[in-house]
Design a protein. Sequence first.
Length: 271
Amino acid sequence: MMLGVSTSVLQVKSDLEALLEYKPDLVEFYTYPVEALPRILKFCAEHDIRPALHTPTPHPQLMPRYCPTGPDPQEAAAAIAALESTVRCAADLGAQHVVAHFPTPYPPFPVEEFEDFAAAFLAEATRLTQLFQVPVLIENMTNNPHCASAEQYLRFLDQWPDLDLCLDIGHAHQLGGPEAVQSFADVLGPRIRSVHLYDNDRAGSGHRPYPARDSGTHPQVPYDVVAHVLRTCRPAAVVLEHDAGHGHPDRRLLEWLREPTERLSPRRDEQ
């Protein structure tokens, strides 16, 4: 299991060297332009870091909202195009995985044609996974009634067995508190191949750093719930995804995470 960090933590997106404070095995790059890709490749090679990408990367100059399940057909088509660009880039970089939000998180949420939009997006994600041999992980969102709970995600993943899930703990927490986070682990188990870790409240106020055990701050998602996710799912990576502007990482948290990431290995031989 790899300990990773998202470029969301950077105050200056071009300051890749600041990521080295985390001593990451993996870096998940998000919304970088195509011009940044050679430097990303060089940075990862020099520091023995495995890259991962979050759609849309490379980020197009003109991009509508990322809405893979409509209801606007143009936005849904743009989401598919962005996913294809990201997976192609990931294959060139030798990336660990690609993360893609699913489903559309913005209202309205009409019932009509939702299944058709979802099937079109997931079929393309499956095709790209098979073609480029890069895992596409759909990331759980919060407020789309057609797909929000662990059971709803399992229904889609059962239909599309080549795809897996990136569990965003903060999104699951907004949905239903620590119990919802644990439910994702219990229901989806090894289908969870990566985890986004940060702290937030049920109102979803930002992506705060997840606190260290002896920091004097109690996380909204308890430590034992996070540990349960890691033990139950054995994801290939756990990725710190707090917002920029919070200073250097708390090394006590990194040490706490490093122990299970070094001890636990993923269930799948190819990881």
